[in-house]
Design a protein around this ligand. Structure first.
Ligand SMILES: Nc1ncnc2c1ncn2[C@@H]1O[C@H](COP(=O)(O)OP(=O)(O)O)[C@@H](O)[C@H]1O
Ligand SMILES: [Mg+2]
Length: 415
């Protein structure tokens, strides 16, 4: 009988243990540099972007760890922080779909207040939450946005002063899942105006660290063409095979499991560089295995369990969310391609549509977070397991004739 073990994989949680964090040298280097600039009075606000499950929250969490002087990951990656240690005050806010700049601002300030109380001895600050409530009651317009920014920056200024008095390095405000905020909520303008106001008011020890899904952040960019000027973009790419191997090997070794190299290669090929399914399959293959030796058969069993049971509903919903008719034809075509990166020309050939008549559908699928652009004219599923799902269960049968109608409907829906 296999002895019970602690699952070394965390498909549902961002990585906090630096020893389990793979790759990302460039992104971490940028994060570290932003902190170094900030501590030297030159705040650099950043936004970490990438597909769902690519590792944005994990990078943000590591950044938070650096702000507390935990440099273990930097030692592993051989990145010089430029300082001996850090002691920032931080606050973390997970954005939600119904949020506006007002709720975002008051939410993070409340977090900051709680944090500051535990960080600074005898800390006391009167938060003007009533002010936010008052603004929230008015309807949204440019004028109220300016009011929110003014109030937000006034409050931040108080914290900034207290932080310097307490010899703290500064304040870092984390906003995860910025993409979930509605596009027309004014949030992009809010960040722009706030960062400009802080600079004008000489508040130089406060920085924003955000994260969001690429497509949605690009949509925010449309709202106010300067989100990337306000928040420097740190894009996260898919992981390389060595990085995937590192995640798997670290996990397998932790529980004393031996493995055939082919298992690593198969999981990498299936996951197309996304860490989330790597964790999911890693976790499942350890459960499928009976003899502490992972083979191709264990992999096949794990793949089956993940696609046919554990993730079945999620993948089914995702396929449905792709849309009907022509969208399903595109899904089927993409799933039939041998590799994970599918050329548009291949989709055209398989579906029988001209490339030009596919482009708006493809754009919609990208916006819906179902597929993503890899390189020019090449697309991949944002959840690589969807490919396996379609191969096994097929697509939702395209109703010939529905296709064009659905497309028109979408053109209006997705603005
Ligand atoms: N650098 C990494 N090394 C190892 N595992 C990672 C890494 N980045 C992300 N993961 C794993 O991938 C999954 C998704 O990561 P997460 O940070 O939540 O992604 P996102 O916020 O982009 O959706 C989690 O299971 C996490 O443990
Ligand atoms: Mg996340």
């Amino acid at each position: 009988m296999k002895t019970r073990f602690i699952d070394p994989f965390t498909p549902d949680l961002p990585v906090d243990d630096p020893a389990k964090f793979a790759g990302r040298n460039t992104a971490i280097e940028s994060v570290v540099d932003s902190l170094y600039q900030l501590v030297n009075g030159n705040p650099k606000h950043v936004i970490i972007t990438g597909d769902r499950g690519i590792g944005k929250s994990s990078v943000l969490l590591q950044a938070k760890s650096f702000t507390q002087g935990n440099f273990e990951l930097l030692e592993i990656l051989k990145i010089d922080p430029g300082v001996k240690s850090y002691s920032f005050i931080t606050a973390w806010h997970d954005c939600a779909p119904d949020q506006t700049p007002t709720t975002l601002a008051s939410g993070i300030l409340e977090q900051l207040q709680n944090e500051a109380v535990s960080f600074i001895k005898g800390f006391k600050i009167e938060l003007n939450l009533a002010g936010f409530i008052k603004i929230a009651e008015k309807d949204t317009s440019q004028a109220t946005l300016v009011e929110i920014v003014t109030l937000f920056c006034e409050e931040l200024k108080k914290f900034s002063k207290k932080a310097s008095e307490a010899n703290k390095d500064g304040i870092v405000l984390f906003f995860d899942e910025l993409d979930s905020v509605k596009q027309n909520s004014g949030v992009a303008t809010f960040f722009k105006l706030s960062s400009e106001k802080l600079a004008r008011d000489g508040v130089k020890n406060v920085a924003f660290f955000a994260a969001g899904i690429t497509g949605a952040v690009q949509a925010l960019e449309k709202e106010h063409g300067s989100i990337y000027r306000t928040l420097a973009d740190i894009p996260l790419a898919r992981l390389a095979v060595e990085e995937v191997a590192q995640i798997l090997k670290t996990g397998f070794e932790k529980v004393g499991c031996k493995y055939d190299e082919v298992v690593i290669n198969e999981i990498h090929a299936l996951c197309a560089g996304y860490p989330e399914p790597v964790h999911l399959l890693g976790s499942q293959i350890l459960k499928s295995d009976k003899d502490d030796y992972l083979t191709i058969d264990d992999f096949k069993l794990a793949e089956k369990d993940v696609v046919e049971t554990i993730r079945k509903n999620k993948l089914g919903s995702m396929l449905k969310a792709a849309g009907a008719g022509k969208y399903q034809a595109i899904m089927r075509a993409m799933a039939s391609h041998a590799g994970s990166d599918v050329p548009l020309a291949y989709i055209a050939e398989q579906t029988g549509y001209e490339q030009s008549s596919l482009s708006s559908n493809i754009g919609t699928l990208v916006k819906r977070g179902i597929i993503t652009l890899v390189t020019r004219g090449h697309y991949t599923f944002t959840d690589p397991l969807l490919k396996v799902y379609i191969t096994r269960f097929g697509v939702i049968e395209p109703n010939i004739g529905d296709a064009e109608d659905e497309e028109d409907e979408d053109a209006q829906k997705v603005v």
